[in-house]
Write a protein that binds this ligand. Structure first.
Ligand code: ADP
Length: 860
């Protein structure tokens, strides 16, 4: 039986509660029946939905959650066979316009209804549309939320209001206080104002009174007065005496600048003085001043006045007026001047009289003075006599101590007066008379004519007598040299004619002179007989002597050489170098050596080697140079030949060596292919030896190039660090005995000849290896200072003495003790020349048995 059609079911089913009966055929849940209330609740619009699946009738496409809640609920009721109450869910249903849907909220109870077999056959579902309720609740919630927000805002506003209220209260209090203070100040100010006004009134009255007083004083005083106002000196209140002096009326002056009224004042001192009074506030007063006043008609009148300018200050100490007071004293000055003129005339007459009186008195005085002078000259004559006697005594003493003898000969009696010292010189008796003959007897006879001649000259012509001659001392027969100097004295009334003078023993001087002459003679004989070119210069760098060899070489006479010298004959290529070496040595007074070419008299250049030591006298004073030059032309030619030979040999040696090297390289590559270790090693060593030999030959070749000036420098920019790395790698290949430590601090690019600098580094490295023990370390450093790149190679080897260090860079120089170590002494020489051609510097720091560090620097 179909229960759904039963009247009982219908009666129960058609209630106000919306209901629907679904078939328990999950998941379709076919709609079997539904009541009117359901139609209304679900807005069915009279659609016939019986027989449709629930999901077909209400697709609920936009209510995924609601659809799930419903489906899950139906399934749950089915499974549990229990009445199931679903939670509230949203399920959209068709709107009045069936194309639209409307939001709908539902509450469902599902009642499973079993069939005869006990299985659930139907699901009776009561469906409450609670949309209106939900929406109402929702509205209520949001209004509650709004109310809460409003309350919060209200509370905030309340707080703010309370705070502002407090501030307002505080401000009102402050305002009240200020108001109080203000009204008090106003009160004070008002009373002050009243006081001030009273004071001003009093002061104005005082001022008015004072001004009035001043005006009355000025107007009534008999002295000329006026006021001058302000910087432009406006005339105010000139009194009648002033107007009288000015020769102007009140109307012509008052209220006008004094300068405008009297333009002639401009050139005078007054405007400046007045300005000064305004500036400084200092009164000025001057007596008897000349003033030029022009009358209205323009006539200038000169008057004399005493005047004063008195400053009148305002309350602040500023000058506002000047009270000018003038007293016309022209009359009294003029009468005084007249008086003075008559005084001058009187004075003149009196002076004339006095002058004639004075002349008389002067004549008297002159006579008295002459008398006095006569007396004085007598006194001084007496003193002079005494001084003379003293001087004579002093002279005697001086002569004795100076090893001088004195003599005088009476020309009439021929008697000698001779001092003791002079007696000693001649070997004469200490006492007793000496005559001319005694003295002459001691003289070496060959000198007698000379003495005689000189004596005659002195006696006859009165010329000084000065002769030197040898004597044989009478006492011991010794030879002495004597110099006698003297002069005849004139015959005077009191004294007879005499011959007086001094005698000096010059034996030592003569001996010394002889010695010098002998040595000079020897020097000259030597100098003249040699091929060495000798020249002597003085302390001013001027030549004083040339030997004959110079004449032979240059064809210039001694005179020409002394005048012209020979520096102009130096080869132009050598001149600058020679001059700089010579001048430098001269400045320092040190010896110098130089090689240069000089043009000989045949017109060909000869090579000279000059060595010039400085000369010093016995007191150590510099007195010039002595220079010796030898002709080294042949030596130079020999050297050239030797260099050419070395160059040629080196060149010839290189050709076969290059060929050998080529073959060795071919063999090496074969040995590598056949992996023949023995041949490989042997050829490796051969290759290294060839390399060493090539370096040696290159060294010689470079020396020969250098000597003949053919060593060229090809500069390029390159990395010094890369070059150092290459050199170290190359050295590592040749030797295994030392470890080489290369330290590079920064990238350095230099402009230089890469190959040549490479050979310098290679030489320093191979020396470091050669002159230090195996197993030691060699440090290479490379760095820069402000202007240079610097490379140093440091070893821990045998080191070099200071003496040898100075010579290491010379050609072929080798330290004597190292001859067991192979080498030619050209590596450092070449290195130094290469570095010098790069304007660089090479040097060594070393300590014997500790090690050496060689450095070179190149400009960046
Ligand atoms: P060579 O080494 O071929 O003799 P060099 O010109 O390179 O010629 O060196 C000149 C001399 O300087 C050497 O003979 C040696 O006495 C000395 N010398 C050079 N380098 C060093 C060094 N690193 N340690 C000690 N002595 C050295």
């Amino acid at each position: 039986m179909n229960h759904l059609d039963s009247p009982l079911f219908k009666a129960l089913f058609d209630t106000n509660a919306p209901r629907i009966v679904l078939k328990a055929n999950a998941p379709d849940f076919t709609i079997l029946a539904y009541n009117e209330a359901y139609k209304v609740a679900t807005n069915n619009n009279n659609r016939e939905i019986s027989g449709m699946s629930l999901w077909q009738a209400y697709p609920g496409e936009e209510s995924l959650i609601g659809k799930k809640v419903l489906a899950d609920g139906l399934m749950l009721a089915l499974e549990t066979k229990q009445a199931t109450k679903l939670p509230v869910f949203e399920y959209k249903i068709p709107d009045n316009d069936p194309t639209e849907t409307q939001e709908s909220w539902w509450q469902l109870e599902i009642m499973p209804i079993p069939g005869n077999d006990g299985k659930t056959e139907f699901l009776l579902t009561t469906t409450h549309n609670i949309t209106a309720l939900v929406l109402r609740e929702r509205n209520f919630d949001s209004s509650v939320q709004r109310e809460e927000d409003l309350s919060r805002k209200l509370a905030d506003t309340h707080e703010q209001l309370a705070a502002s209220n407090e501030e307002l209260q505080a401000s009102i209090e402050e305002l009240l206080t200020s108001n109080h203070a203000l009204s008090k100040s106003r009160h004070d100010l008002e009373s002050l104002n009243i006081q001030l006004e009273e004071r001003i009134l009093r002061r104005t009255n005082d001022l008015e009174f004072n001004r009035h007083l001043l005006q009355s004083i000025i107007q009534t005083t008999p002295v000329a007065m006026t006021l001058l106002v302000g910087g432009s000196l406006i005339i105010e209140h000139p009194n009648p005496p002033m107007l009288n002096i000015w020769q102007r009326t009140w109307g012509e002056t008052v209220g006008k600048s004094i300068i405008d009224v009297f333009p002639e004042l401009k050139g005078q001192q007054f405007p400046k003085l007045l300005a000064n009074v305004f500036e400084t506030g200092q009164k000025i007063a001057m007596p008897e001043v000349v003033v030029d006043i022009s009358s209205k008609e323009g006539n200038i009148k000169q008057i004399y006045v005493n005047f004063s300018y008195d400053p009148i200050f305002d309350g602040k100490g500023k000058v506002v007026y000047i009270l000018a007071t003038v007293m016309d004293i022209t009359e009294s000055v003029e009468s005084r001047k007249k008086l003075e003129e008559s005084k001058v005339a009187l004075q003149f007459t009196i002076e004339e009289l006095a002058a004639s009186n004075e002349e008389l008195a002067a004549t008297n005085e002159e006579l008295a003075t002459t008398n006095e002078e006569l007396q004085e000259s007598q006194d001084s004559l007496f003193l002079k006599n005494e001084e003379l006697a003293d001087a004579e005594e002093n002279l005697g003493l001086a002569l004795e101590s100076g090893n001088l003898g004195t003599y005088s000969v009476d020309l009439v009696s021929r008697k000698f007066e001779i001092s003791n010292r002079a007696r000693e010189f001649y070997g004469l008796a200490e006492t007793g008379d000496i005559f001319w003959g005694d003295v002459v007897a001691t003289v070496v006879p060959s000198y007698l004519p000379i003495i005689e001649k000189a004596r005659n000259k002195a006696l006859i012509k009165g010329l000084p007598y000065d002769v030197q001659y040898p004597i044989i001392q009478k006492s011991n027969g010794e030879l002495r040299w004597i110099r006698v100097v003297g002069k005849s004295t004139e015959n005077s009334k009191t004294k007879a004619a005499k011959f007086i003078g001094v005698i000096i023993d010059i034996t030592k001087e003569i001996d010394d002179r002889q010695k010098i002459e002998d040595s000079e003679k020897r020097f000259r004989t030597m100098a003249e007989g040699t091929d060495v070119l000798i020249a002597v210069g003085d302390e001013t760098n001027m030549f004083t002597y040339f030997n004959d060899a110079w004449f032979k070489l240059t064809g210039r006479s001694m005179e020409n050489l002394l005048q012209l010298g020979w520096v102009d004959l130096i080869h132009p290529d050598d001149k600058e170098r020679y001059n700089s070496i010579q001048l430098n040595a001269f400045d320092q007074k040190i010896p110098f050596t130089s090689e240069f070419r000089i043009l000989n008299k045949e017109g060909e250049y000869r090579w000279l080697l000059a060595k010039s030591p400085p000369r010093f006298n016995t007191n150590g004073l510099f007195v010039g140079y002595i220079s010796t030059c030898v002709d080294i032309t042949e030596l130079k030619k020999d050297e050239q030949r030797k260099n050419d030979f070395i160059g040629m040999v080196s060149h010839e040696l290189k050709t076969p060596l290059t060929a050998i090297n080529g073959f060795v390289q071919v063999l090496q590559s074969r040995a590598r292919k056949t992996q023949d270790e023995y041949y490989g090693n042997a050829l490796g060593k051969t290759h290294n030896q060839i390399k060493k030999m090539t370096t040696m030959i290159n060294g010689f070749l470079n020396v020969s190039r250098l000597e003949s000036g053919k060593l060229s420098i090809q500069k390029i920019d390159f990395s010094l660090n890369d070059l150092l790395r290459e050199m170290v790698e190359e050295s590592d290949l040749i030797q295994y005995s030392h470890s080489i430590d290369l330290s590079i601090k920064e990238p350095i690019i230099i402009n230089a000849d890469r190959d040549k600098i490479g050979s310098v580094i290679s030489n320093l490295l191979s020396n470091a290896v050669k002159y230090s023990n195996a197993g030691t370390v060699i440090d290479i450093n490379c760095y820069t200072d402000e202007q240079n790149a610097i490379v140093s190679v440091k070893d821990q080897g045998i080191g070099i003495s200071a003496e040898d260090s100075a010579k290491l860079f010379q050609r072929y120089y080798r330290v004597g003790s190292n001859h067991t170590i192979s080498g030619f002494g050209i590596g450092l020489y070449l290195s130094a020349e290469i570095i010098e051609r790069h304007d660089g510097r090479i040097w060594v720091e070393s300590k014997e048995n500790v090690g050496s560090t060689f450095y070179f620097s190149l400009p960046l």
